[in-house]
Each structure stands twice: as structure tokens, then as C-alpha cells.
Design a protein around this ligand. Structure first.
Ligand SMILES: Cc1cc2nc3c(=O)[nH]c(=O)nc-3n(C[C@H](O)[C@H](O)[C@H](O)COP(=O)(O)O)c2cc1C
Length: 182
């Protein structure tokens, strides 16, 4: 079988629904912001999260001076900010937003939540960087928690009430999952 091309890869991995975040980074005297969905929690001890900026991004050019950053999880009604910080905004005026001071790096006011981090490790991964950040502070916004979602290249919304509780796995030991083939 032929190896998949970039379009097939994007179409397939795009089926993995994500939230949308704006990364606000402090690097030297500069503050840089970009939209990202390659964001994940990585470790609880130490508490680590990651985001992956393209090597072509403006932020990547300042990575060696990165001192702190915030991961700002967007609310369902902040699509314009996602587009703006992805460089796709076509209006003459930017959408209204405010970066407010926090302990380590500025955070985006009004987002669903902001996670303040300091860089823990920065690794080169193909045409991107993987930036692991140690979580220093958490800020959560007003309820209800309705995030902006991204799926198959489109913004989506959560329908409140359309949910099923996941099992509580907090007491689960390191027992392997049992998989049976019928
Ligand atoms: C929903 C969404 C998610 C994105 N996720 C990422 C990402 O995880 N990493 C990345 O490098 N670019 C991502 N981008 C593209 C960047 O936001 C875009 O290239 C941006 O212009 C980079 O910032 P710059 O213009 O300052 O270089 C995403 C864009 C959108 C709309």
C-alpha cells in the first residue's frame, strides 16, 4: 500500500476532535500569541502540558528566549479570536480582546480557562517544535464551561446536556485493560 500523503493524514487526524487554544508567550521583551489545537496534557507528576508550534511560526523564531506562556482555552463564542490569532482575520479592526497580566505570562481575558506555564523542555519534532511546559497556575472562567471545538477543519459547538458521565478511573491500579477478540 502507498504511504499516506499529507492531505490524507490531515483528513484522518482531523477526526480527532479538539478544543482550540490561544498560546500567549513571553519571550524576552516580546509577547507573542498564536492559535493552536496541538495541545495536550502530558504528565501529572510533574504537571506538564504541551503545545506544538510550526517551525515556520513567528513564535518558533523566539522559542530560545521563551520564559513563560499561557494556554488559553477558547469559549464557544471566541471563534473570531481563533481566526485572528491564526492570521486569518480579514476585517480592518481586530476583534476585541485583552491580554491581562498574570504571574508568569499574560493571559487572554474571558477565555474558558488559562494555564500558566514555564518551559520544561523544548524538543524538535519534524517540521514542528514540541514545547513541554510545567503548570504553574490555573485560572478558570465563568460557568457554564462551553468550549470552542475543532473537528475536520471546522469549528463546532458542544450542546449542553448532550453528555454521558465517563467512569471514575481515579482508583484504578496499573492493571492492564482486558481485550477479548470474539
Ligand atoms: C484551529 C486552529 C488550530 C491550529 N493549531 C496549530 C498548532 O497546533 N500548531 C501550529 O503551529 N499552528 C496551528 N495553527 C495555525 C497557526 O495558528 C497559524 O499558522 C498562525 O498564523 C501562526 O502564527 P504566526 O502567524 O504568528 O506565525 C492552527 C490554526 C487554527 C485555526
Amino acid at each position: 500500500m502507498a504511504t499516506p500523503d499529507a492531505r490524507q493524514f490531515r483528513n484522518t487526524i482531523g477526526l480527532f476532535a479538539t478544543g482550540v487554544a490561544v498560546i500567549v508567550a513571553r519571550a524576552d521583551q516580546e509577547v507573542l500569541a498564536m492559535t493552536a489545537n496541538a495541545v495536550s496534557s502530558v504528565s501529572l507528576d510533574p504537571m506538564l502540558v504541551m503545545f506544538c508550534p510550526s517551525k515556520r511560526s513567528n513564535l518558533a523564531r523566539h522559542l530560545h528566549q521563551l520564559s513563560a506562556f499561557t494556554i488559553n482555552i477558547l469559549r464557544h463564542d471566541q471563534q473570531a479570536l481563533s481566526t485572528f490569532f491564526a492570521g486569518g482575520w480579514k476585517e480592518p479592526q481586530p476583534p476585541p480582546f485583552r491580554l491581562v497580566p498574570a504571574q508568569h505570562a499574560p493571559r487572554l481575558e474571558g477565555s474558558l480557562a488559562s494555564i500558566e506555564c514555564v518551559p520544561w523542555k523544548i524538543t524538535e519534532v519534524g517540521d514542528h517544535w514540541m514545547v513541554l511546559g510545567q503548570v504553574m497556575q490555573l485560572h478558570t472562567g465563568i460557568q457554564p464551561h462551553q468550549p470552542l471545538l475543532f473537528l475536520s477543519g471546522r469549528y463546532r459547538h458542544v450542546h449542553p446536556g448532550d453528555s454521558t458521565p465517563a467512569p471514575d478511573l481515579s482508583d484504578v491500579q496499573d492493571e492492564p485493560a482486558h481485550i477479548y477478540y470474539g
